[in-house]
Design a binder for this molecule. Structure first.
Ligand code: NAP
Length: 558
């Protein structure tokens, strides 16, 4: 029996480091790392020790014998990666694997290297991988800052609620929230409460891990109608983000159109048609669960502007849709190119994953009866969003072959359009900004022209790559920062940690620290236990801050 890596693989390569026989690939040292959707265990070399399964932060690794029906194909997916490769061959990069390369020493610092004081702005995956690297490999003191009064970033507010295994990576990060060399200031916004200059003046270096907090726009008529939302806003709404709670989402129409072919598009499509009673066992926002229970949505049409061979979603997320209870997954055959590509595709190809799915012609007027379903409609772009002032009633899309302008159009009746066409970074106060890419210009993470400032995650490399991609990204940024420190190139701070704490509290009296965060966590888990859920999230800034305060007071009086 061997182990296999399955759907939730986060690609952060924690498993690679613990494998005693080097049978998990690609490793971060191999050229293919970052270009594959997941890592793979070679069944011929695996010795069944289970070390990888213990180390995996997202519970993605299982013995092949214990794979569920929905996971079983991952045994073949793991094995297929090694087809034709020689185990234990000498090359590291080619189709051969398992060679032991030169040993890698993650951090090699001079013996007299003193402790740095580093601020990390943003407590999502990128910020936490950077903090973790600094805390595990150096004696640095880390100040964690977030504009929200709770930590987690996209782990808390981006990962879909029905992906609990992925959320487990948050447990790995939260171990560092109470680390003795961490100071936490949640609810502090750089640019509003403290200036970037003040932050730098109190630290040797500042690492900005602020992500990509807005979304791209389609640029078509009707995009500003109520009923046309970004998937970012919808995801924030079902994940109880304090800034998204009040807006509400109208789920009274039977069809929703989702634009985009990435994993976010599949996430929102899945949540819209999933059984609400299955979602009731997750940490989905209470208001979203109520709305989904009352929802009339029966069909989600997912529009890809290109063909199935170019879809941006990962194969694992598509395979998961095939196994969604009570939901049919079908392909729209309005354009003959779609069927031709699927039919010609090999089983391991991106388009090959669609083999065997029913092909339908989407009824323009309304969904046909039967099961709830997701329709994948490739080669189709939005031309206009139609409806009166109160909302959307249909979406005009390219139809029936042709590359858009040359082809025809169809009006798909729909009451809601979600654009899932990618996130976009916003300028960071005090840092240069590249408008075209929505990122901060940098060299290996060092911000150009601002000594002592660094970037990591989506604000550094743009909004692509899952959670685990941030681990190697953070390693690069921290490596650059440490090299600059060794070279004496960091500006000397003028204030200490205590002075910064005083400043933060003067500027915002509602700041939440590690004990407040622990109180929020306890309160949410307690509420969840009562309802048989992992947690019920507090959904407003007021509730979060009040719970942080009352939890702290309670502990002090015990
Ligand atoms: P993404 O993967 O970049 O996908 C964006 C999609 O939008 C692409 O299909 C793109 O098509 C399309 N698009 C862009 N502009 C468009 C336009 N004007 N009209 C129509 N379509 C347009 O972005 P994402 O889905 O936001 O995901 C961001 C990252 O987070 C990805 O790396 C993703 O894998 C990751 N993520 C992972 C998970 C998971 O593992 N479960 C969940 C959520 C997000 P083209 O390809 O033609 O440009």
């Amino acid at each position: 029996m061997t182990y296999a890596i399955t759907q939730t693989c986060c690609n952060d390569a924690t498993c690679v480091a613990v494998c005693p026989v080097n049978c998990i690939h690609p490793t971060p040292e191999e050229r293919a790392f970052g270009s594959t959707e997941m890592l793979h265990i070679d069944p011929r070399a695996c010795i069944d020790c289970g070390a990888c399964a213990d180390a995996c932060p997202v519970d993605a690794i299982f013995p092949v014998d214990s794979l569920s029906a929905g996971q079983r194909e991952y045994a073949d997916i793991n094995a297929a990666y090694y087809e034709g490769a020689e185990p234990l061959a000498a090359e590291v990069d080619g189709p051969n694997f398992h060679a032991w390369g030169e040993p890698v020493f993650e951090r090699n610092l001079p013996s007299d290297f003193g402790p740095l004081r580093v601020a990390v702005v943003g407590t999502g995956p990128a910020g936490m991988y950077a903090a973790q690297d600094l805390l595990l490999h150096t004696a640095a003191e880390v100040t964690l800052i977030d504009r929200l009064p709770v930590a987690g970033g996209l782990v808390r507010y981006g990962v879909a609620p029905d992906h609990p295994a992925t959320k487990k990576v948050g447990d790995t990060f939260s171990r560092f929230h109470s680390h003795p060399r961490v100071r936490m200031h949640l609810g502090i916004e750089v640019g509003r409460d403290v200036t970037p200059e003040e932050l730098s003046a109190h630290h040797d270096a500042v690492v900005y891990a602020v992500g990509a907090s807005t979304d791209r726009r389609l640029g078509v008529p009707g995009e500003d109608k109520p009923g046309c939302l970004s998937a970012t806003a919808f995801v924030a709404w079902y994940n109880a983000h304090p800034e998204a709670v009040a807006q509400g989402v109208d789920l009274s129409a039977e069809r929703v159109v989702v634009v985009g072919n990435g994993n976010v598009a599949l996430d929102v499509a899945r949540i819209l048609v999933a059984d609400p009673e299955a979602l009731a066992a997750t940490d989905i926002a209470a208001h979203a669960l109520d709305a989904l229970r009352a929802s009339r949505v029966r069909e989600v049409v997912v529009l890809g502007r290109r063909g199935p061979e170019d879809a941006a979603y990962t194969r694992s997320e598509l395979l998961a849709l095939k196994h969604l209870e009570g939901v049919e997954l079908v392909v729209d055959d309005h354009d003959p190119r779609t069927a031709a590509v699927i039919d010609a595709a090999g089983a391991g190809d991106r388009a090959g994953a669609l083999k065997g799915l029913a092909r339908v012609r989407t009824d323009a007027a309304s969904p046909t009866g039967g099961e709830r379903r997701i329709v994948l409609r490739f080669h189709s772009q939005v031309r206009e969003i139609l409806g009166d002032g109160d909302g959307v009633n249909s979406v005009r899309v390219t139809d029936g072959g042709g590359d858009g302008d040359g082809g025809g159009t169809a009006d798909l009746g729909a009451g809601l359009l979600l654009r899932a066409i990618g996130y976009r970074g916003l300028p960071v106060p005090g840092l240069p900004f590249d408008e075209a890419s929505g990122t901060v210009p940098h060299e290996g993470g060092r911000v150009a022209g601002v000594p002592g400032s660094y970037v990591v995650g989506w604000i550094k490399r743009g909004p692509s790559g899952g959670i685990g991609a941030n681990r190697t990204c953070a390693a690069e940024t921290v490596g650059t920062l440490l090299a600059d420190a060794v070279a004496g190139e960091l500006p000397a701070p003028t204030g200490d940690a205590k002075a910064f704490r005083r400043l933060a509290r003067q500027r915002n009296r509602r700041v939440v620290d590690a004990r407040g965060l622990a109180a929020i966590d306890r309160a949410e888990r307690d509420r969840g236990r009562r309802d048989g859920r992992p947690r019920v999230k507090l959904a407003t800034v007021e509730e979060l801050v009040a719970t942080a305060r009352s939890g702290r007071l309670l502990r002090l009086t015990r």
